[in-house]
Design a protein around this ligand. Structure first.
Ligand SMILES: *Cc1c(COP(=O)(O)O)cnc(C)c1O
Length: 405
């Protein structure tokens, strides 16, 4: 999955350009930087690579989402519909702008169930935020039509799905805005970094200002720039942008390796009829960072996970149902609304409300799901070996359970 696996001379070269001048900041210092503008260059590369009209780099995927929400006018009293299966950052951002996260069920796409979205719409709903989890996509057309019918914003959290596409359009460029993360374990990395993409000029201009203290970035005297609105510092540094610039040039190489390795492993696991795979709304658009597969029951899945652990082959396989970062079941800090500072009592009540909601539909999917991370470093031989071991474990457990039941 992650670009860090193939760190090399390209990354060092881009970094060295910055180190030569020592101008680590993305704005200003026009003379001393001697024409080195890594953040600007990376923004242009993002626009060109993904077909987005505008791109704003930020310090992380989390700050990209926060910036996008602010620029889209999401704030006090607004309800944002989002999935139960995501990374904690998705709801953190909603709370950070004072809006209300409304978590709803996922289906066998491992992303928002469109029917669950429809049921959650209220007069306060402002946006739907699909999270394109594990390298692949939500049912984008269904969500777009819901948003159109109810006049809602579509904000795509594509942080984990850089380079994946839906019907020929890159994820993150389809909605009103979309975000990428370039943290250390994402498909391409800056070390830390993120981006907002949008085709709307006003949304972009707001992102540009919001991520830099509200600066309007007009003229070439930073100290004289006006502040049309209040912003924050979510800037990326030139060092981080330099790494990203090297990595984005290698994206196709990474995707090619992932697709090849993914196909080989999928073919091996397909030999077992009891294994089914994640539903992918547009299979050609899968970035193939993970192979996500289902077993017939939670009991069997747990037994397989335990056996893989016992045989030391669990590394790189994720059982999200028990995971602290990605699934609502373990998010006690959210369900109890544990924050360091006081939330508005109404918001707090709505956050705590999640502890009493019924997510059995999500449980039924996640409790049977294992995602295998696809490495860029595997050889064909290693995949064969890995696949054979996984098949042996699954067959063994299936035989055992059919004997005991
Ligand atoms: C990684 C990630 C983020 C946040 O990105 P950071 O750069 O780590 O802040 C947001 N959403 C999802 C789904 C992610 O996987």
């Amino acid at each position: 999955m992650p670009g860090y696996e193939l760190w090399g001379t390209e990354e060092r070269k881009e970094l060295n350009d910055v180190l030569q001048n020592g101008i680590l900041m993305r704005y200003g210092f026009d003379g001393p930087r001697k024409g080195v503008w890594k953040a600007k260059e990376l923004e242009q590369a993002i626009c060109k690579t993904f077909g987005s009209k505008y791109a704003q780099l930020t310090s992380s995927g989390t700050s990209a989402l926060t910036t996008a929400m602010a620029a889209l006018g999401i704030g006090y009293g607004d309800e944002i519909i989002m999935p139960t299966f995501t990374f904690v950052a998705s709801f953190e951002c909603v709370l950070s702008v004072g809006a209300i996260p409304v978590l709803v069920d996922v289906d066998d796409t491992l992303t928002l169930n469109p029917d669950a979205v429809k049921k959650a719409i209220t007069p306060k709903t402002k946006a739907v935020m699909p999270v394109h989890m594990c390298g692949s996509m939500a049912d984008v057309d269904a969500l777009l039509s819901i948003c159109k019918e109810h006049n809602l914003i579509l904000l795509e959290d594509a942080c984990q799905s850089i380079g994946a596409s839906y019907k020929g359009k890159f994820l993150g460029t389809i909605g009103d805005a979309g975000t990428f993360s370039f943290d250390f374990v994402k498909i391409i990395t800056c070390g830390e970094g993120g981006a907002v993409m949008t085709n709307k000029e006003d949304v972009y201009t707001k992102c540009d200002g919001y991520s830099d203290h509200g600066h309007d970035h007009k003229g070439n005297d930073r100290g004289a720039e006006a502040h049309p609105f209040i912003g924050y510092n979510y800037r990326i540094s030139e060092l981080h942008a330099a790494v990203g610039l090297a990595q984005i040039k290698r994206l196709n190489e990474f995707l090619g390796i992932q697709k090849k390795n993914h196909a080989q492993l999928k073919q091996i696991l397909s030999a077992i009829p009891e294994i089914s795979f994640r539903r992918i709304p547009d299979p050609t658009g899968d970035s193939c960072t993970f192979l996500s597969w289902f077993l017939p029951s939670e009991e069997i899945t747990r037994a397989v996970v335990n056996e893989m652990k016992a045989q030391n082959i669990l590394a790189g396989n994720f059982y999200w149902y028990d995971n602290n970062w990605h699934y609502i079941r373990k998010w006690d800090h959210l369900k109890n609304s544990i924050t360091l500072n006081a939330l508005h009592p109404e918001l707090k009540a709505q956050v705590i409300h999640h502890s009493t909601k019924d997510f059995t539909a999500s449980d039924a999917v996640l409790s049977r799901c294992i995602s295998t991370a696809i490495s860029l470093l595997w050889t064909e031989e290693q995949i064969k070996e890995k696949g054979a071991k996984m098949v042996a474990v699954v067959k063994n457990i299936l035989n055992r359970t059919s004997v005991t039941t």
